[in-house]
Design a protein around this ligand. Structure first.
Ligand SMILES: NC(=O)c1ccc[n+]([C@@H]2O[C@H](COP(=O)([O-])OP(=O)(O)OC[C@H]3O[C@@H](n4cnc5c(N)ncnc54)[C@H](OP(=O)(O)O)[C@@H]3O)[C@@H](O)[C@H]2O)c1
Length: 253
């Protein structure tokens, strides 16, 4: 029987690549996000390549009630989630603390921290009942280090990593694995979102070096979830060759 993976934030970037990668491994897939057209085209793409089932769910992970409604809607074979990839997330803006935008800050906390909190609680309840499961949290190099003008994004990712580590302890007696993957710079729509559609600024983030790509992280997620049952990979930090940590890059001049 196929296993089931639920991937949040699968309408682009790392989540999208992960959905395709885990489908290749034979997982049935649930993909979530706000942009339904993207989810539906991903569903068609997966089905055209792989003989797996795909379910799409459009909701805003910041909305507690919407997350609850989504999980309530999962019945039968769609409820037995084997792998939850907590990937939905974003950075908004890059300003000094004193010049930060409170609306942006709320959205980052509501998505990266509270969204992850809502869905993880509900899915972990199901996993506890089944006595199995694996939660993979996509954190960031910003979950252990802070960089200039990234204050609240870094704070949100620090919280996400702390949540991941605490889940691992509480879910330990129930045989549920919890892993975190902390990427450095990955070329996705992340910077376009951060700079609110300013493509020039977004492209500049990846200029002068070869960044990670979404498939690199998807491969890593596949590696983490494919370990033997007795093995858990706790925390991975991964950067491209040109990046040492959250702030040191070796860029071509
Ligand atoms: N790219 C990087 O350099 C990098 C580095 C470290 C960590 N990360 C983390 O990796 C994760 C994925 O980012 P990415 O690089 O793949 O960026 P991306 O291409 O912008 O993808 C972000 C995904 O999150 C979803 N999302 C955002 N807000 C949401 C909301 N309120 N409700 C539901 N879904 C929401 C988006 O879907 P919709 O817009 O359709 O809702 C989209 O599918 C994030 O948690 C990010 O913080 C990225």
């Amino acid at each position: 029987m196929n296993k089931l993976a639920l991937i949040t934030g699968a309408s682009s970037g790392i989540g999208r690549a992960t959905a395709l990668r885990l489908a290749k491994e034979g997982y049935n897939i649930i993909v979530t996000g706000r942009r339904n057209d993207r989810l539906e085209s991903l569903q068609s793409e997966i089905k055209s390549y792989y003989d797996v089932k795909v379910f799409t769910a459009q909701f805003d992970i910041q909305q507690k009630e919407a997350v609850q409604e989504f999980v309530n809607f999962l019945t039968g074979e769609w409820r037995d989630v084997d792998v939850l990839v907590n990937n939905a997330g974003l950075a908004l803006g890059k300003e000094s603390f004193q010049n930060g935008n409170l609306r942006d800050w709320d959205i980052m906390i509501d998505t990266n921290v509270k969204g992850m909190m809502y869905i993880s609680k509900l899915i972990s309840e199901i996993m506890v009942t089944r006595g199995q499961g694996h939660i993979v949290n996509i954190t960031s190099t910003a979950s252990t280090q802070v960089y200039k003008d990234g204050g609240i994004y870094c704070a949100s990712k620090h919280a996400a990593l702390a949540m991941s580590k605490s889940m691992r302890i509480d879910l330990l007696p129930h045989g549920i694995k919890v892993s975190s993957i902390s990427p450095g710079a990955v070329e996705t729509e992340f910077s376009t979102v951060r700079f609110k559609g300013d493509i020039i600024k977004a492209k500049d983030v990846y200029n002068g070096y070869t960044p990670l790509y979404a498939n690199d992280i998807a491969d890593m997620i596949a590696y983490v979830v494919n370990q033997p049952i007795h093995v858990n990979i706790n925390d991975i930090e991964v950067t491209c060759l040109a990046q040492a940590n959250a702030y040191y890059f070796n860029k071509n001049k």
